[in-house]
Design a protein around this ligand. Sequence first.
Ligand code: AHG
Ligand code: MN
Ligand code: MN
Length: 324
Amino acid sequence: MQTFSAFLKAHLAAHQLPEDLGSVVTTTVEACKNISNQVRQGALAGILGEAGTGNVQGEDQKKLDVIANNLLIEKLKTNLAVAGIASEEEETFVACHENGGYLVLFDPLDGSSNIDVNISVGTIFSILAKPQGPLSTESFLQKGNDQVASGYVLYGPQTQLVLTLKHGVFVFTLDHYNEFILTRENPQVPEQTKEFAINASNQRHWYEPVQQYISDLLAGEHGTRGKNYNMRWVASMVAEVHRILMRGGVFLYPADQRDPAKPGKLRLMYEANPLVLILQQAGGIGSNTQQNILDIQPEGLHQRVSVVLGSKEEVEKVNQLHQQ
Ligand code: AHG
Ligand code: MN
Ligand code: MN
């Protein structure tokens, strides 16, 4: 049984990764332990319900969105290796230490519509090296491929940390001493699957290729795909990605016909990039239907992106239908 800190020390040494990067990861994980404790307390800590505020994206904030955001920012500010922070819940980036070498981006609480009904939520984080020169929004606008680490903490029946420093994927489970213990190394996303996830209430808005793809899946063994599929929708992307990491599957939150200025609902920097990096390290892929998500040059911190991710065969099928 290896603790997270013992794992990290050995992993940094084995791959000659900087100590400072390890310390940024550790600080992020420590903040997530605090968030986990708050999530577990629920009504007992008075953390359920609406905050009564909205974020920069015009979404209502839950109390826990705000608490999780503040916990992460306060904790990360104490680490001298952190140069700046960007959060789904903050309008602009937060400058930290001038000589820090890293930028941390996060969705402090993903799936927040699930908090009040006691269904899994999570924190997603992405770590970038800070480019030379003064800190600006541009410092953060790096491709997903440039991430130096990413991960998430899932507050589910178990609190689990999933991490990549681009040398495989590691899964840790929080024990009752509040210590993350390594419980799985290098899970692999199977290339084929019979499970898909999409919010079907948006069907009338989908573009033709997505209509076609889903209708092929629904046709089952007598359709062109020749097999029966099952469907899941948690409404916490972090939980869907974890399911896909554990047993395969495909997840779609596609761009649709509602608002061409907003390609989909999910955010490139806080959700798609960190989660696709994890999946790609485990043999899965992520696409915006045109290109690999990790190849997209970001143009804004809060940019949205069309997302199709998971088992290779399905993601490639969706890509093909978009090329026809
Ligand atoms: P957040 O709670 O950070 O705003 O993210 C919610 C996201 C994602 O986790 C999930 O896949 C999706 O929104 C659910 O959207 P619907 O409510 O449209 O199902
Ligand atoms: Mn989210
Ligand atoms: Mn969120």
